[in-house]
Design a protein around this ligand. Structure first.
Ligand SMILES: [Zn+2]
Ligand SMILES: [Zn+2]
Length: 580
């Protein structure tokens, strides 16, 4: 898919124009095009060929011409021309944490800095600190940003970010007593990867108390490096789970807590929409509150800000400017699936393959979670590395599960399998054995790097099996480690709808596969989602919330997700695809 490349090119054009001090309006329109393209789940070249690209919001004639140019030549002349106007290493400066196009413009215009090495030298000789609006503190923060960049890989997984947030939250509760603390930013929106962790603390006791909280945070034992420290904000790299995590803590007055939560949760694009609505209503919205002239009409409660703008409350999971503001205006937001709606887990491994506990341990853990059922899905024989079960072993496991099921109280154990999809699209077990199972997940575990047509055909063929109820982790990506398969997702979703096959939302934070935009596409096509934790231990069952959040980010309601129905209905649903 060329979408990501084209999106990045538009973003870079916007960055360069900003550095060159060009027209704000054009910069913003390029940013918009970058975002729209980045969000399209379908291959942009297909849309282009079908003449549907002009229907996308924000893509005007000149952007369309550039996209066509890229499709034809693999480059955009306007982008090349912009690049030629700046030193070649300058765009790298934008990758330093805390340095945006404005900062790059300043050091480039005024100090003639053209590379990271040059910026380091300019910090050392004091000239960065001497720039208007910079100073010693900011220069030192940039130096630490460079050091961080040099030893980090950038964005972190959501479980790593959650771990860091929990650590800081516990610490702040200890030092400050009964305070309202909230995670904001991309973590609150449950974006699949996180740049930095934003925490907000409500302050009821005035400026000094706020300073004490920030001081305590930056002095904490887990802090590796302090990037900035002021009366209301502390910024630090903390040690959490073996990695360095950038955490920002902000102390905000209690009466502005809701407005700050709204503002710092973002996304930026969502907030732009909200501010537009405020302006139309002759109101002003910022991180301190909602104002009519100089009078604050809302601030402490986030929900109230939406209400006063004439909107239904928008879940943080939807705040991406993907139509949620319009829906909030029209009272047509979806009633999102919640963790409490989940009656069971579809995907888990036992010690029989590569898990570390047995069926009864998983049953006990699932009961504690209040589940009505679990589905045991060990690997099949071709997954040799994962110690996949032979046909004979699976037949035995099915018997064992039926026996346990008779004894088990208050929970149903479904017999399932995570069957390998072989290179030719066939199943790793024969139909006779698959027919014995309550629910079958079929997954690709090898040959993921194959060409688009090959990997797509393989998955489509798997769905043709009347025994395959769900495709597991459909794209096979591992976040930060392995690219997704080059699947034609539109074709996969279409065929899933045609064959009544569900698609998995694998809740493992390495996977989150399907991802949010693909979930939305599947739901719009009427495809059911199945959320599976892919647990290899009892702890692993606890990842369900991440899968639910990912589905909800794709606008999933209870009705879109099979985990919300009873085990009897699941059996019936699975049987409905089989020969009568
Ligand atoms: Zn798998
Ligand atoms: Zn698995």
């Amino acid at each position: 898919m060329k979408n990501k490349i084209i999106s990045a090119l538009f973003d870079q054009m916007a960055d360069i124009m900003e550095i060159l001090g060009e027209d704000r309006f054009r910069i913003n329109s390029y940013r918009k095009v970058a975002r729209v393209i980045g969000d399209i789940p379908t291959d942009i070249e297909n849309l282009l060929a079908a003449g549907q690209l002009t229907k996308m919001p924000g893509i005007g004639k000149s952007s369309l011409a550039k996209i066509e140019e890229f499709a034809g030549t693999g480059a955009i002349a306007a982008h090349q021309e912009l690049l030629a106007r700046i030193p070649p290493e300058l765009p790298e400066l934008l990758t330093i944490p805390g340095v945006g196009p404005k900062g790059v413009k300043a050091v480039y215009d005024q100090l003639n800095v053209t590379s990271i090495a040059g910026l380091k030298a300019a910090i050392e000789d004091g000239s960065v600190a001497g720039l208007a609006g910079f100073g010693d503190k900011k220069a030192a923060a940039i130096a630490r940003g460079i050091a961080f960049l040099e030893k980090s890989t950038g964005r972190i997984r959501i479980d790593q970010a959650l771990g860091a947030a929990e650590l800081v939250r516990g610490f702040l509760l200890d030092v400050s007593g009964m305070l309202r603390i909230r995670t904001a930013g991309s973590l609150r929106r449950r974006v699949e990867t996180i740049g930095d962790v934003d925490m907000l603390v409500a302050n009821q006791a005035g400026r000094e108390a706020g300073e004490r909280i920030i001081q305590a945070f930056t002095d904490a034992v887990f802090v590796r490096e302090v990037l900035a420290s002021g009366p209301t904000k502390g910024s630090a790299i903390i040690e959490a789970g073996g990695i360095g995590v950038h955490v920002d803590v902000r102390v905000v007055p209690e009466e502005s807590f809701g407005a700050a939560a709204q503002y710092f949760t973002g996304s930026k694009e969502h907030n732009v929409r909200l501010r537009e609505i405020a302006v139309k209503a002759k109101l002003k919205l910022n991180e301190y509150g909602l104002f009519k002239a100089d009078k604050m009409i809302s601030g402490p409660i986030e929900e109230e800000i939406y209400q006063k703008l004439g909107l239904d409350y928008v879940s943080p999971l939807l705040r991406e400017d993907r139509g949620e503001v319009q829906a909030a205006k029209e009272h047509s937001l979806p009633e999102l699936i919640q963790l409490g709606d989940v009656k069971g887990d579809f995907h888990m491994h036992t010690i029989a393959s590569d898990g570390n506990c047995d069926v009864s341990e998983l049953v006990e853990a699932a009961k504690k979670l209040g589940y009505e059922y679990i589905c045991i899905t060990d690997h099949s024989k071709s997954s040799v590395i994962a110690n996949g079960l032979s046909a004979k072993q699976l037949a035995q496991q099915i018997k064992q599960i039926r026996k346990l099921n008779e004894k088990a109280k208050g929970i149903t154990i479904l017999a399932g399998s995570e069957v390998d999809i072989l290179a030719n699209g066939k199943m790793d077990f024969d139909d006779e054995l698959l027919a014995e199972l309550d629910f079958v997940i079929a997954s690709v575990h090898s040959g993921l790097a194959g060409p688009r047509e090959k990997v797509t055909t393989r998955t489509l063929k798997a769905m043709d099996s009347p025994y395959v109820n769900c495709i597991g982790h459909p794209t096979g990506r591992l976040i930060g480690q392995r690219e997704a398969m080059d699947l034609d997702m539109a074709a996969v979703i279409k065929h899933a709808a045609e064959t009544n096959t569900a698609l998995e939302v694998n809740a493992n934070p390495w996977r989150l596969d399907l991802k949010d935009t693909h979930c939305r596409m599947a739901i719009e096509a009427g495809v059911r989602l199945v959320i599976g934790t892919d647990a290899h231990s009892t702890d692993g069952l606890g990842l369900m919330g991440l899968g639910v959040a990912t589905a909800a980010r794709g606008w999933a309601t209870k009705a879109d997700v099979l985990n919300t129905i009873s085990p009897a209905k699941i059996r019936r649903w699975a049987r409905s695809k089989r020969p009568k």
